[in-house]
Design a protein around this ligand. Structure first.
Ligand code: OAD
Length: 230
């Protein structure tokens, strides 16, 4: 029998139980910074050192974090389903939990990129990028992260995969950032959709999506039971 396709859209909330801070916390800051200061081309132009330091710290925190039960359940679903994870997260916790098909829509913390030629992307050998670290063409390296106002090159691929889903699961995203948030509208009519979040996002059209108002691990445990019965 043909295996069903599950597509999972994850956001910062799935890594919250691993101790990685979400973006839109109650203070509106990301680890004490205005998000535009550290996640926009303007912020980069204004203070490269601050931006590099910020992501160097994020790498340190991500190294210390371990995948949680939510990441592990998503990896285990591969036993019964064809699973693709579309994540907005730049950490590598889905990889470390054992998931095999992962699209990092917003880039990856452990990769660097040339500021001259965006096709030059490198797996980082150390966890820091410093001023003066250069690509093979001699330009400064930057984090391989999609910042506000920049294109999301993997969006088209993510939309194509979503269009082929039998089951679509959204976990831990406020659905406030586009184009990623649009993916929920790309599911085919046969698809069954679920959203897991301890605080269901507001001002978003969630018709035809079954809402599970719980944290990532607990919600996915519940959903695993539903999915492995069907
Ligand atoms: P947000 O910080 O906007 O939203 C996190 C979501 O996780 C919220 O809906 C929370 O209610 C939920 N949440 C909190 N604890 C949770 C838990 N234990 N289990 C499950 N969910 C939980 O993060 P994103 O939607 O991922 O982009 O943000 C999208 C993008 O905005 C990010 O990728 C980032 C940021 O700017 C870049 O850095 C380019």
């Amino acid at each position: 029998m043909k295996r069903k396709k599950i597509t999972v859209l994850t956001g910062a909330g799935i890594s919250a139980e691993s101790g990685i801070a979400t973006f839109r916390g109650s203070d509106g800051l990301w680890e004490g910074h205005d998000i535009m200061e550290v996640a926009s081309p303007q912020g980069w132009q204004k203070d490269r050192e601050l931006v590099l330091h910020f992501y160097n710290e994020r790498r340190k925190a991500a190294r210390k974090a371990e995948p949680n039960q939510g990441h592990l359940i998503l990896a285990e679903l591969e036993k019964d389903y064809d699973v693709t994870i579309i994540t907005q997260n730049v950490d590598n916790l889905h990889e470390r939990a054992g998931s095999s098909n992962i699209i990092h829509l917003h880039g990856q913390l452990f990769q660097s990129r040339s500021t001259l030629d965006e096709s030059l992307v490198y797996d980082m050998e150390s966890d820091v990028i410093n001023i003066g670290d250069k690509c093979e063409k001699g330009s400064q390296l930057r984090p391989h992260i999609v910042w506000f106002g920049e294109d999301v090159p993997l969006m088209e691929k993510a939309a194509e995969i979503t269009e082929q889903s039998d089951i679509f699961i959204v976990v831990g995203t406020s659905l406030q950032v586009y184009p990623a948030a649009n993916l929920i509208h790309f599911t085919p009519s046969r698809c069954k959709s679920y959203l897991i979040d301890p605080k269901i996002p507001e001002n978003v059209d969630l018709r035809n999506i079954e809402l599970i108002e719980k944290g990532g691990s607990e919600g996915l445990e519940l959903l695993r039971k539903i999915l492995t019965k069907s």
